[in-house]
Design a protein around this ligand. Structure first.
Ligand code: UD1
Length: 325
């Protein structure tokens, strides 16, 4: 997977204090001028690389966004309210962050001649009718979150078509990896915490539901490819192309942590998606993307077996063109 080098650019990462954004900052910081816009509501300042310029503020604040985007070449838009139930409770309010702020960024990119890479989500598919789901599947979001992401994708596509703003949307599946934390951080960090604490692992429902778990280092790589591709104005799935059940996940986590904890079941989540898995044919063909870290290896790394050590060290070994001179 050859990634053309990204150098000497002024780059804005919104949500740069978040889980995915902070990893992106680290991948870019050595050779670029990197700005972070984050209100640190769920993000963490400690996670932001010291060499990045931090603008603490709201992505909905037009003045702040204007300052953050001045003379910028490249924008990675990772800031969002990722708490799906919050978008169900407050669709209009969350729309301001997840949709309107993104639209304002596209407008700034138009003024600044910048490229925009948008963090979208598998949530645009809702309950996918086809597995693995290709980008050509008819999107039918089952939450305001999915609608907000889809609407922004559509604007991004139009900004490329109408105004020549290079945009790429990345539909993240279930992302996991170091620095994932907090109440909306996902099943892997919850299970790891439970196993480490010697507590029961709580499977919701029968555990036969499946997900496509993709490591954050691969998600970073997809972003770097999106930042350099000629195939703009389009959306791509970012997953591994394989699925694991939640029960398999629970068993693997118990194994890699080496904890003798029970796996218990509790009520299934209302509206839970039964199966979710990405077809990555298009990303492979057009971006040259391939997920490189399989779930078990990623989990062993997270559990502290240091198979890869630091995730950037790992990224470096598989990004020879970008990082090794
Ligand atoms: C994920 C995304 C979400 C996105 C959606 C799109 C994360 C953290 N969230 O939600 O942003 O909108 O995909 O499809 O990646 N589970 C348990 N026990 C627990 C916690 C969870 O069994 O303690 C189960 C859940 O019921 C669910 C599965 O694990 O079936 C995955 O849950 P979660 O990690 O929250 O992600 P998604 O709901 O897939």
């Amino acid at each position: 997977m050859d990634i053309p080098p990204i150098r000497d650019r002024t780059v804005l990462v919104t949500g740069g204090g978040g889980f995915i954004g902070s990893h992106l900052v680290d991948a870019l910081i050595d050779h670029n001028d990197v700005r972070v816009l984050d209100n640190f509501s769920t993000g963490d300042r400690e996670r932001v690389h010291d060499d990045a310029t931090v603008l603490e503020g709201d992505v909905c604040d037009r003045d702040v966004v204007e300052r953050a985007t001045r003379d910028v070449d490249l924008i990675f838009h990772e800031a969002a309210i990722v708490d799906v139930p919050a978008t169900v409770d407050r669709p209009a309010e969350t729309n301001e962050v997840n949709f309107e702020a993104g639209l304002a960024l596209l407008e700034q990119a138009r003024d600044e001649d910048a490229r925009v890479v948008l963090a979208s989500s598998a949530a645009v598919y809702g309950h996918p009718a086809e597995l693995p789901v290709p980008e050509t599947a008819s999107p039918e979001p089952s939450s305001p979150y999915g609608v907000q992401k889809l609407a922004l994708e559509e604007y991004a596509r139009l900004y490329t078509e109408l105004y020549d703003v290079p945009t790429v949307s990345l539909r993240y599946f279930n992302v996991y990896g170091p620095r994932q934390q907090g109440p909306y951080s996902g099943v892997i960090s919850t299970f790891l915490e439970q196993a480490r604490a010697g507590e029961a692992i709580t499977v919701e429902g029968d555990g036969e539901q499946t997900r496509d778990f993709v490591h954050v280092a691969d998600v970073v790589r997809a972003n770097l490819l999106a930042a350099t591709t000629d195939d703009v104005g389009d959306a791509y799935n970012v997953g591994t192309g394989t699925r694991a059940s939640i029960l398999e996940l629970a068993a693997t986590i118990r194994d890699v942590v080496g904890a003798d904890v029970p796996i218990v079941h509790r009520a299934a989540r209302a509206g839970d998606v039964r199966h979710s898995g990405a077809s990555i044919s298009k990303a492979r063909r057009e971006l040259g993307f391939e997920a490189t870290i399989d779930l078990e290896a990623g989990l062993r790394d997270l559990a502290g077996e240091e198979q890869f050590g630091d995730v950037y060290e790992h990224a470096r070994t598989i990004l020879p063109d970008r990082e090794r001179e």
